[in-house]
Design a protein around this ligand. Sequence first.
Ligand code: AMP
Length: 180
Amino acid sequence: MAVTSVGLFCAASELIDSLYVDEARKVGALLGRHSLTLFYGGAAAGLMEATAKAAKDAGARIVGVVPQILIKRNRVSRLLDDRIVTANLSERKDAIIANSDILVALPGGVGTLDELFHLMAGVTIGYHSKRVILYNVNGFWDSLVNMLVEFREKNFLRGELCNYITVVNNIEELENIIKS
Ligand code: AMP
């Protein structure tokens, strides 16, 4: 199945090292090169804004999936071509997952982890079979992957880890998945 839409989970923080911002921009440019639609949190902050700006500049369509609270706080990105308004964060996670052919997680904090685990929990219960691609900038996701490998070895995970996640280490590996 050709990929036409990508869901993105990533940091809202503005305080992170520029190497993460540079990689986020590469991901955005990749989405534009392949004329994809981006579904993401839609906030004007951190790696979300960096990716969306690079994606838009390169020709991608940008859809923010925005909880009402963000609209009230006036934190919504001006880059959006379209928006889906949700009542809360839980609905937002489901809307991003439902609209996306594949999901990609760039480095992030608690919000990103929440989205990742929501997605993986959905796979274990059988709501969907969408895997998340961990974009492993500078080994950012190594500790999470090691933890999940340990959980799997101790039989706390249902099925194989590859049912939940795929790890890519650079933009070429991500592009190969998008093209396949
Ligand atoms: P974090 O990883 O903690 O920086 O949170 C950012 C991620 O969680 C993004 O992928 C968003 O979809 C979501 N998110 C959680 N809280 C917020 C917020 N206040 N503003 C924007 N996005 C948020």
